[in-house]
Ligand binder design. Sequence first.
Ligand code: NI
Ligand code: MN
Length: 227
Amino acid sequence: MPVKITWYGHAAIGLELTGKKVLIDPFLSDNPVATVKATELQADFILVSHGHGDHVGDALAIAKRCDAIVISNYEVTSWFEKQGVQVHPQHLGGGFAHPFGYLKLTLALHGSALPDGSYGGNPAGFLITTFDNERLYFACDTGLFGDMRLIGEEGIDLAVLPIGDNFTMGPDDALRAVKLIEPEHVIPIHYNTWDLISQDPEAWADRVRAETQATPHVLQPGESLTL
Ligand code: NI
Ligand code: MN
């Protein structure tokens, strides 16, 4: 079954995996580049990488409306659970077989305080192994780290990497990340939401094509890629 990935701008991603709708970091209402409203999206599962507002976004409202299960680290899921949402806590290095595939939380170098200042534990990335054995790696908000090579050893079909700089990896380090991970396909995210993270994704894609074996896909907000 093909995997469909939709980028909603910033770090908001929609996945259709084995008939399940999975959202990652659904930041839409306050997202200046989003082309859809939070109320237009459906979800069975919502993955939240860390507690920052541009990732928690509309997760609470969507989870309540859709009866979706929020998956994140223990600290972030506890925050959602207190607000009446179904959750599944995991933690870094731990994997679980969900109805959409096997999800492992990976290391991310970042912060995780929640919008009300609550402790959000350690931030995470997501490694999803689909039922067709496709491996999708979402680095989420992170700086470059050498252990991306270990993630790459799993054989990554698609890597989704931040390139915005300032809060996360910039284009240079994201290119180094591609060299460590060696994915077949790569999608850049977390750029051009605000001036502070303004980047030229096509210039970055040219460097990926010139210096690595990966195929870059620069999406417009609202655009999908099917693999
Ligand atoms: Ni963040
Ligand atoms: Mn962010």
